[in-house]
Design a protein. Structure first.
Ligand SMILES: NC(=O)c1ccc[n+]([C@@H]2O[C@H](COP(=O)([O-])OP(=O)(O)OC[C@H]3O[C@@H](n4cnc5c(N)ncnc54)[C@H](O)[C@@H]3O)[C@@H](O)[C@H]2O)c1
Length: 411
Protein backbone atom coordinates (compact mmCIF):
# COMPACT_ATOMS: atom_id res chain seq x y z
CA UNK A 1 0.00 0.00 0.00
CA UNK A 2 1.68 3.30 -1.06
CA UNK A 3 2.52 5.80 1.66
CA UNK A 4 5.29 5.85 4.26
CA UNK A 5 6.53 3.36 6.84
CA UNK A 6 6.42 5.13 10.20
CA UNK A 7 5.25 8.71 10.90
CA UNK A 8 6.69 8.62 14.43
CA UNK A 9 10.22 8.85 12.97
CA UNK A 10 9.63 12.51 12.01
CA UNK A 11 11.83 14.13 14.75
CA UNK A 12 14.92 12.21 13.58
CA UNK A 13 14.12 13.07 9.95
CA UNK A 14 13.79 16.75 10.86
CA UNK A 15 17.26 16.69 12.49
CA UNK A 16 18.80 15.18 9.35
CA UNK A 17 17.10 17.72 7.08
CA UNK A 18 18.18 20.65 9.30
CA UNK A 19 21.78 19.48 9.10
CA UNK A 20 21.69 19.17 5.30
CA UNK A 21 20.03 22.57 4.88
CA UNK A 22 22.96 24.26 6.67
CA UNK A 23 25.31 23.07 3.91
CA UNK A 24 23.16 23.96 0.89
CA UNK A 25 23.66 27.72 0.42
CA UNK A 26 23.49 27.68 -3.39
CA UNK A 27 20.02 26.13 -3.65
CA UNK A 28 18.66 28.50 -1.03
CA UNK A 29 20.20 31.58 -2.61
CA UNK A 30 18.73 30.56 -5.99
CA UNK A 31 15.39 30.05 -4.26
CA UNK A 32 15.46 33.67 -3.08
CA UNK A 33 16.86 35.15 -6.26
CA UNK A 34 15.21 33.09 -9.05
CA UNK A 35 12.88 30.24 -8.09
CA UNK A 36 10.25 32.28 -6.24
CA UNK A 37 9.25 34.30 -9.31
CA UNK A 38 5.86 32.56 -9.59
CA UNK A 39 6.71 30.17 -12.47
CA UNK A 40 6.38 27.14 -10.19
CA UNK A 41 3.34 28.38 -8.27
CA UNK A 42 0.64 25.70 -8.17
CA UNK A 43 2.52 23.30 -10.47
CA UNK A 44 2.43 19.62 -9.48
CA UNK A 45 6.06 18.49 -9.28
CA UNK A 46 7.11 14.89 -8.60
CA UNK A 47 10.56 14.37 -7.06
CA UNK A 48 11.74 10.77 -7.51
CA UNK A 49 15.29 10.82 -6.19
CA UNK A 50 17.04 8.85 -3.40
CA UNK A 51 14.87 9.98 -0.53
CA UNK A 52 17.22 11.22 2.14
CA UNK A 53 17.88 14.58 3.79
CA UNK A 54 19.40 16.45 0.81
CA UNK A 55 16.54 15.42 -1.44
CA UNK A 56 14.14 16.58 1.26
CA UNK A 57 15.82 20.02 1.08
CA UNK A 58 15.14 20.07 -2.68
CA UNK A 59 11.51 19.08 -2.06
CA UNK A 60 11.07 21.83 0.52
CA UNK A 61 12.80 24.44 -1.66
CA UNK A 62 10.45 23.64 -4.56
CA UNK A 63 7.53 23.91 -2.21
CA UNK A 64 8.79 27.27 -0.96
CA UNK A 65 8.84 28.32 -4.63
CA UNK A 66 5.11 27.55 -4.76
CA UNK A 67 5.13 24.04 -6.27
CA UNK A 68 2.77 21.32 -5.07
CA UNK A 69 5.31 18.53 -4.52
CA UNK A 70 4.84 14.76 -4.33
CA UNK A 71 7.90 12.62 -3.54
CA UNK A 72 9.12 9.03 -3.84
CA UNK A 73 12.54 7.37 -3.68
CA UNK A 74 14.47 6.17 -6.70
CA UNK A 75 15.70 3.04 -4.91
CA UNK A 76 13.99 1.48 -1.86
CA UNK A 77 17.41 0.68 -0.38
CA UNK A 78 18.37 4.35 -0.14
CA UNK A 79 15.00 5.58 1.14
CA UNK A 80 15.26 6.88 4.70
CA UNK A 81 11.96 6.35 6.54
CA UNK A 82 12.74 9.10 9.05
CA UNK A 83 13.14 11.66 6.26
CA UNK A 84 9.89 10.52 4.65
CA UNK A 85 8.13 10.97 7.98
CA UNK A 86 9.53 14.50 8.41
CA UNK A 87 8.32 15.46 4.93
CA UNK A 88 4.84 14.10 5.60
CA UNK A 89 4.80 16.01 8.89
CA UNK A 90 5.38 19.16 6.84
CA UNK A 91 2.47 18.35 4.58
CA UNK A 92 4.30 16.80 1.62
CA UNK A 93 2.69 13.77 -0.07
CA UNK A 94 5.24 10.91 0.02
CA UNK A 95 5.08 7.36 -1.34
CA UNK A 96 8.32 5.69 -0.24
CA UNK A 97 9.31 2.97 2.21
CA UNK A 98 12.78 1.62 2.89
CA UNK A 99 13.56 -1.87 1.59
CA UNK A 100 10.26 -2.70 -0.09
CA UNK A 101 10.34 -5.40 -2.83
CA UNK A 102 10.21 -4.41 -6.53
CA UNK A 103 6.42 -4.72 -6.95
CA UNK A 104 5.75 -2.41 -3.99
CA UNK A 105 8.39 0.04 -5.23
CA UNK A 106 6.60 0.17 -8.57
CA UNK A 107 3.27 0.69 -6.76
CA UNK A 108 4.80 3.67 -4.90
CA UNK A 109 6.02 5.21 -8.17
CA UNK A 110 2.71 4.66 -9.92
CA UNK A 111 0.95 6.33 -6.98
CA UNK A 112 3.13 9.37 -7.69
CA UNK A 113 2.34 9.25 -11.41
CA UNK A 114 -1.37 8.94 -10.70
CA UNK A 115 -1.32 11.85 -8.26
CA UNK A 116 -1.38 14.36 -11.11
CA UNK A 117 2.39 14.90 -11.63
CA UNK A 118 3.03 17.28 -14.53
CA UNK A 119 6.72 18.00 -13.93
CA UNK A 120 9.13 15.26 -12.81
CA UNK A 121 12.59 15.28 -11.31
CA UNK A 122 13.62 11.72 -12.01
CA UNK A 123 16.66 9.59 -11.17
CA UNK A 124 17.54 6.72 -13.45
CA UNK A 125 14.26 7.45 -15.28
CA UNK A 126 12.68 5.20 -12.64
CA UNK A 127 9.34 7.00 -12.82
CA UNK A 128 9.41 7.95 -16.51
CA UNK A 129 10.08 4.41 -17.71
CA UNK A 130 7.47 2.90 -15.39
CA UNK A 131 4.92 5.35 -16.74
CA UNK A 132 5.82 4.19 -20.26
CA UNK A 133 5.37 0.57 -19.17
CA UNK A 134 2.25 0.84 -16.98
CA UNK A 135 0.48 4.18 -17.56
CA UNK A 136 1.49 5.61 -20.96
CA UNK A 137 -1.81 7.52 -20.95
CA UNK A 138 -0.39 9.76 -18.19
CA UNK A 139 2.37 11.02 -20.52
CA UNK A 140 -0.20 13.46 -21.97
CA UNK A 141 -0.14 15.39 -18.72
CA UNK A 142 3.66 15.73 -18.54
CA UNK A 143 5.06 19.22 -19.12
CA UNK A 144 8.62 18.03 -18.59
CA UNK A 145 11.10 15.63 -16.98
CA UNK A 146 14.50 16.55 -15.61
CA UNK A 147 16.85 13.57 -15.27
CA UNK A 148 19.49 13.28 -12.57
CA UNK A 149 21.91 10.60 -13.68
CA UNK A 150 23.87 9.04 -16.56
CA UNK A 151 21.82 5.85 -16.65
CA UNK A 152 18.54 7.80 -16.70
CA UNK A 153 19.68 10.04 -19.55
CA UNK A 154 20.57 6.91 -21.55
CA UNK A 155 17.08 5.52 -20.85
CA UNK A 156 15.41 8.77 -21.93
CA UNK A 157 17.41 8.75 -25.17
CA UNK A 158 16.31 5.14 -25.77
CA UNK A 159 12.67 6.18 -25.24
CA UNK A 160 13.22 9.10 -27.62
CA UNK A 161 14.67 6.81 -30.29
CA UNK A 162 11.55 4.69 -30.12
CA UNK A 163 9.40 7.80 -30.60
CA UNK A 164 7.97 7.54 -27.07
CA UNK A 165 9.29 10.79 -25.61
CA UNK A 166 6.33 13.03 -26.31
CA UNK A 167 7.31 15.74 -23.78
CA UNK A 168 10.40 17.90 -23.17
CA UNK A 169 13.13 16.39 -20.99
CA UNK A 170 16.37 17.93 -19.75
CA UNK A 171 19.53 15.91 -19.25
CA UNK A 172 20.33 17.51 -15.88
CA UNK A 173 23.12 14.94 -15.46
CA UNK A 174 24.91 16.47 -18.45
CA UNK A 175 24.94 19.95 -16.90
CA UNK A 176 28.52 20.93 -16.17
CA UNK A 177 27.65 21.78 -12.57
CA UNK A 178 26.31 18.23 -12.15
CA UNK A 179 28.46 15.61 -13.83
CA UNK A 180 31.78 17.44 -13.46
CA UNK A 181 31.39 17.56 -9.65
CA UNK A 182 28.78 15.01 -8.48
CA UNK A 183 30.03 12.02 -10.46
CA UNK A 184 33.79 12.28 -9.87
CA UNK A 185 34.23 14.30 -6.64
CA UNK A 186 31.05 13.36 -4.78
CA UNK A 187 30.75 9.74 -5.80
CA UNK A 188 34.51 9.22 -5.76
CA UNK A 189 34.82 10.35 -2.15
CA UNK A 190 31.65 8.72 -0.82
CA UNK A 191 32.12 5.38 -2.55
CA UNK A 192 35.41 5.00 -0.71
CA UNK A 193 33.99 6.40 2.53
CA UNK A 194 31.09 3.94 2.42
CA UNK A 195 33.25 0.97 1.49
CA UNK A 196 35.68 1.65 4.33
CA UNK A 197 32.94 2.44 6.87
CA UNK A 198 31.00 -0.74 6.07
CA UNK A 199 34.05 -3.01 6.23
CA UNK A 200 36.42 -1.23 8.67
CA UNK A 201 39.40 -2.23 6.50
CA UNK A 202 42.43 -0.19 5.43
CA UNK A 203 42.69 1.27 1.93
CA UNK A 204 46.45 1.88 1.90
CA UNK A 205 48.34 -0.84 0.09
CA UNK A 206 45.16 -2.61 -1.09
CA UNK A 207 44.73 -3.59 -4.73
CA UNK A 208 41.66 -1.87 -6.17
CA UNK A 209 40.09 -2.76 -9.50
CA UNK A 210 37.80 -0.03 -10.84
CA UNK A 211 35.56 -1.24 -13.66
CA UNK A 212 34.47 1.66 -15.88
CA UNK A 213 36.52 4.86 -16.16
CA UNK A 214 33.77 7.39 -16.88
CA UNK A 215 33.08 10.40 -14.66
CA UNK A 216 32.31 8.18 -11.66
CA UNK A 217 35.08 5.63 -12.22
CA UNK A 218 37.63 8.41 -12.58
CA UNK A 219 36.61 9.82 -9.19
CA UNK A 220 36.58 6.41 -7.53
CA UNK A 221 40.06 5.58 -8.89
CA UNK A 222 41.44 8.94 -7.72
CA UNK A 223 39.88 8.55 -4.25
CA UNK A 224 41.27 5.01 -3.86
CA UNK A 225 44.74 6.11 -4.98
CA UNK A 226 44.55 9.13 -2.67
CA UNK A 227 44.10 6.79 0.28
CA UNK A 228 47.16 4.77 -0.74
CA UNK A 229 45.36 2.09 -2.75
CA UNK A 230 46.98 0.57 -5.83
CA UNK A 231 44.50 0.98 -8.65
CA UNK A 232 43.93 -1.00 -11.84
CA UNK A 233 41.34 0.32 -14.28
CA UNK A 234 39.23 -1.90 -16.55
CA UNK A 235 37.61 0.00 -19.46
CA UNK A 236 36.10 -0.97 -22.80
CA UNK A 237 36.34 2.51 -24.39
CA UNK A 238 39.88 2.92 -25.78
CA UNK A 239 40.06 6.70 -25.27
CA UNK A 240 38.95 6.45 -21.66
CA UNK A 241 41.33 3.53 -21.09
CA UNK A 242 44.16 5.65 -22.48
CA UNK A 243 43.10 8.52 -20.19
CA UNK A 244 43.32 6.16 -17.21
CA UNK A 245 46.81 5.17 -18.34
CA UNK A 246 47.85 8.85 -18.65
CA UNK A 247 46.31 9.53 -15.23
CA UNK A 248 48.84 7.07 -13.86
CA UNK A 249 46.74 3.95 -13.34
CA UNK A 250 47.48 0.41 -14.45
CA UNK A 251 45.01 -0.53 -17.22
CA UNK A 252 44.12 -4.15 -17.87
CA UNK A 253 41.43 -6.47 -19.17
CA UNK A 254 39.04 -7.75 -16.49
CA UNK A 255 40.47 -11.27 -16.57
CA UNK A 256 43.98 -9.91 -15.94
CA UNK A 257 42.88 -7.46 -13.23
CA UNK A 258 40.61 -9.65 -11.08
CA UNK A 259 43.01 -12.32 -9.76
CA UNK A 260 45.05 -9.78 -7.81
CA UNK A 261 42.20 -7.45 -6.79
CA UNK A 262 41.38 -7.05 -3.08
CA UNK A 263 38.51 -4.68 -3.88
CA UNK A 264 36.43 -4.50 -7.08
CA UNK A 265 34.26 -1.43 -7.65
CA UNK A 266 31.93 -1.24 -10.66
CA UNK A 267 30.96 2.08 -12.26
CA UNK A 268 29.83 1.21 -15.78
CA UNK A 269 26.14 2.20 -15.62
CA UNK A 270 25.43 -1.01 -17.54
CA UNK A 271 24.60 -4.54 -16.49
CA UNK A 272 26.71 -7.56 -15.43
CA UNK A 273 30.10 -5.87 -15.43
CA UNK A 274 31.01 -8.68 -12.99
CA UNK A 275 29.13 -11.70 -14.27
CA UNK A 276 29.18 -15.46 -13.68
CA UNK A 277 32.27 -16.10 -15.82
CA UNK A 278 34.28 -13.69 -13.62
CA UNK A 279 33.58 -15.48 -10.33
CA UNK A 280 36.30 -18.11 -10.82
CA UNK A 281 38.87 -15.31 -11.07
CA UNK A 282 38.00 -13.66 -7.76
CA UNK A 283 40.55 -13.85 -4.98
CA UNK A 284 39.68 -15.21 -1.54
CA UNK A 285 38.46 -12.34 0.65
CA UNK A 286 37.71 -9.94 -2.20
CA UNK A 287 35.26 -7.06 -1.56
CA UNK A 288 32.74 -6.37 -4.33
CA UNK A 289 31.00 -2.98 -4.42
CA UNK A 290 29.04 -1.03 -6.97
CA UNK A 291 28.87 2.73 -7.58
CA UNK A 292 26.60 2.62 -10.66
CA UNK A 293 22.93 3.52 -10.66
CA UNK A 294 21.26 0.15 -10.46
CA UNK A 295 21.82 -3.10 -8.61
CA UNK A 296 22.70 -5.18 -11.68
CA UNK A 297 26.37 -4.35 -12.34
CA UNK A 298 27.46 -7.24 -10.14
CA UNK A 299 25.45 -10.34 -10.96
CA UNK A 300 24.58 -11.11 -7.34
CA UNK A 301 21.76 -13.60 -8.19
CA UNK A 302 24.26 -15.70 -10.22
CA UNK A 303 26.73 -15.54 -7.33
CA UNK A 304 24.01 -16.72 -4.95
CA UNK A 305 23.25 -19.67 -7.25
CA UNK A 306 26.77 -21.07 -7.09
CA UNK A 307 27.49 -20.21 -3.44
CA UNK A 308 27.75 -23.09 -0.93
CA UNK A 309 26.53 -20.74 1.76
CA UNK A 310 25.69 -17.05 2.23
CA UNK A 311 26.56 -15.47 5.55
CA UNK A 312 25.65 -12.04 6.98
CA UNK A 313 29.20 -10.97 7.80
CA UNK A 314 28.41 -7.42 8.96
CA UNK A 315 25.61 -4.92 8.47
CA UNK A 316 25.31 -4.49 4.69
CA UNK A 317 28.06 -7.04 3.97
CA UNK A 318 27.20 -10.59 2.81
CA UNK A 319 29.83 -13.28 2.38
CA UNK A 320 29.35 -15.83 -0.40
CA UNK A 321 31.30 -19.03 0.24
CA UNK A 322 32.58 -20.55 -3.01
CA UNK A 323 34.54 -23.74 -2.25
CA UNK A 324 37.44 -22.46 -0.17
CA UNK A 325 36.99 -18.81 -1.16
CA UNK A 326 35.03 -15.98 0.48
CA UNK A 327 33.52 -13.24 -1.70
CA UNK A 328 32.13 -10.29 0.27
CA UNK A 329 29.37 -8.27 -1.45
CA UNK A 330 28.48 -4.83 -0.11
CA UNK A 331 24.82 -3.72 0.11
CA UNK A 332 23.77 -6.59 -2.19
CA UNK A 333 25.37 -4.80 -5.15
CA UNK A 334 23.30 -1.59 -4.82
CA UNK A 335 25.13 1.74 -5.12
CA UNK A 336 27.35 1.52 -2.10
CA UNK A 337 27.60 5.22 -1.27
CA UNK A 338 23.86 5.88 -1.26
CA UNK A 339 22.36 2.56 -0.16
CA UNK A 340 25.24 1.89 2.26
CA UNK A 341 25.75 5.35 3.69
CA UNK A 342 24.40 8.89 3.32
CA UNK A 343 25.12 9.34 -0.39
CA UNK A 344 27.02 12.17 -1.96
CA UNK A 345 28.38 15.04 0.17
CA UNK A 346 25.86 17.78 0.92
CA UNK A 347 27.80 20.53 -0.89
CA UNK A 348 27.89 18.37 -4.02
CA UNK A 349 24.15 17.77 -3.92
CA UNK A 350 23.71 21.51 -3.34
CA UNK A 351 25.12 21.91 -6.87
CA UNK A 352 23.27 18.93 -8.38
CA UNK A 353 19.94 19.96 -6.88
CA UNK A 354 20.47 23.57 -7.92
CA UNK A 355 20.72 22.16 -11.44
CA UNK A 356 17.53 20.18 -10.88
CA UNK A 357 15.61 23.12 -9.40
CA UNK A 358 16.58 25.47 -12.24
CA UNK A 359 15.92 22.71 -14.76
CA UNK A 360 12.35 22.13 -13.55
CA UNK A 361 11.81 25.91 -13.35
CA UNK A 362 12.97 26.18 -16.98
CA UNK A 363 10.60 23.38 -18.03
CA UNK A 364 7.73 24.95 -16.09
CA UNK A 365 8.28 28.22 -17.95
CA UNK A 366 7.53 26.31 -21.18
CA UNK A 367 9.12 26.58 -24.59
CA UNK A 368 11.44 23.55 -24.52
CA UNK A 369 10.71 21.15 -27.41
CA UNK A 370 9.75 17.48 -26.95
CA UNK A 371 12.78 15.19 -26.67
CA UNK A 372 16.00 15.28 -24.63
CA UNK A 373 17.31 18.85 -24.24
CA UNK A 374 20.59 20.23 -22.96
CA UNK A 375 20.63 22.12 -19.68
CA UNK A 376 21.05 25.79 -20.69
CA UNK A 377 24.66 27.02 -20.41
CA UNK A 378 23.64 30.31 -18.80
CA UNK A 379 22.00 28.41 -15.94
CA UNK A 380 25.17 26.35 -15.43
CA UNK A 381 27.12 29.63 -15.26
CA UNK A 382 24.60 31.07 -12.80
CA UNK A 383 25.01 28.09 -10.46
CA UNK A 384 28.81 28.17 -10.60
CA UNK A 385 28.88 31.95 -10.01
CA UNK A 386 26.44 31.60 -7.11
CA UNK A 387 28.59 28.87 -5.56
CA UNK A 388 31.72 30.99 -5.97
CA UNK A 389 29.91 33.94 -4.37
CA UNK A 390 29.00 31.79 -1.36
CA UNK A 391 32.73 31.07 -1.09
CA UNK A 392 33.55 34.80 -1.26
CA UNK A 393 35.19 34.44 -4.68
CA UNK A 394 34.56 37.07 -7.37
CA UNK A 395 35.73 36.42 -10.92
CA UNK A 396 37.48 38.63 -13.43
CA UNK A 397 35.79 39.09 -16.78
CA UNK A 398 37.50 39.49 -20.17
CA UNK A 399 37.89 43.17 -21.15
CA UNK A 400 36.58 44.72 -24.39
CA UNK A 401 39.88 44.18 -26.24
CA UNK A 402 39.98 40.51 -25.28
CA UNK A 403 36.35 39.99 -26.30
CA UNK A 404 37.01 41.68 -29.66
CA UNK A 405 40.08 39.47 -30.20
CA UNK A 406 38.03 36.35 -29.47
CA UNK A 407 35.44 37.14 -32.12
CA UNK A 408 37.75 38.38 -34.86
CA UNK A 409 39.99 36.68 -37.41
CA UNK A 410 41.78 39.82 -38.61
CA UNK A 411 43.81 40.66 -35.50
N1 LIG B 1 26.56 6.34 -6.87
C1 LIG B 1 26.33 7.59 -7.19
O1 LIG B 1 26.16 8.46 -6.33
C2 LIG B 1 26.30 7.98 -8.63
C3 LIG B 1 26.48 9.35 -8.98
C4 LIG B 1 26.49 9.68 -10.35
C5 LIG B 1 26.31 8.68 -11.31
N2 LIG B 1 26.09 7.38 -10.92
C6 LIG B 1 25.90 6.28 -11.85
O2 LIG B 1 27.19 5.72 -12.09
C7 LIG B 1 27.20 5.07 -13.37
C8 LIG B 1 28.39 5.58 -14.18
O3 LIG B 1 28.23 6.98 -14.41
P1 LIG B 1 29.28 7.80 -15.27
O4 LIG B 1 28.81 9.21 -15.29
O5 LIG B 1 30.67 7.49 -14.86
O6 LIG B 1 29.02 7.14 -16.72
P2 LIG B 1 29.97 7.15 -17.99
O7 LIG B 1 29.12 6.74 -19.11
O8 LIG B 1 30.71 8.45 -18.03
O9 LIG B 1 31.06 6.01 -17.66
C9 LIG B 1 30.81 4.64 -17.71
C10 LIG B 1 32.09 4.00 -18.27
O10 LIG B 1 32.00 2.58 -18.12
C11 LIG B 1 32.58 2.00 -19.28
N3 LIG B 1 32.08 0.63 -19.40
C12 LIG B 1 30.87 0.21 -19.81
N4 LIG B 1 30.77 -1.12 -19.74
C13 LIG B 1 31.96 -1.57 -19.28
C14 LIG B 1 32.47 -2.84 -18.98
N5 LIG B 1 31.74 -3.97 -19.10
N6 LIG B 1 33.75 -2.93 -18.54
C15 LIG B 1 34.49 -1.83 -18.37
N7 LIG B 1 34.06 -0.58 -18.64
C16 LIG B 1 32.80 -0.46 -19.07
C17 LIG B 1 32.14 2.92 -20.41
O11 LIG B 1 32.98 2.76 -21.54
C18 LIG B 1 32.29 4.28 -19.75
O12 LIG B 1 33.59 4.84 -19.95
C19 LIG B 1 25.84 5.37 -13.99
O13 LIG B 1 24.96 4.31 -13.72
C20 LIG B 1 25.39 6.61 -13.24
O14 LIG B 1 24.01 6.76 -13.30
C21 LIG B 1 26.12 7.02 -9.60
Amino acid sequence: MPGIADPTLAPEGRRRIDWARQHMPVLHRLLEERLQDGVLRGRRVAVVVHLEAKTACLVLALRAAGADVVAAGSNPRSTQDAVCAALVEQGVEVHARHGVPPDEFTADLLAVAESGAELVIDDGAELTRRMAQHRPDLYDRLAGVSEETTTGVARLRALEQEGLLTFPAIAANDARCKHMFDNPYGTGQTTLTALLALTNVLAAGREFCVVGYGWVGKGVARAAAGLGGRVTVVEVDPVRALTAHMDGFRVAALADALPSADVVITATGLTKAISADAFDLLKDGVLLANAGHHDREIDVPALAEIADEIVDARANVKTYLLGGRRVHVLVDGALVNIAGLDGNPIEIMDLSFSVQALSIHHLAAGGAPAGVNRFPDELDDLIARTKLRTLGIELDRPNAEQLAFRSSWTV
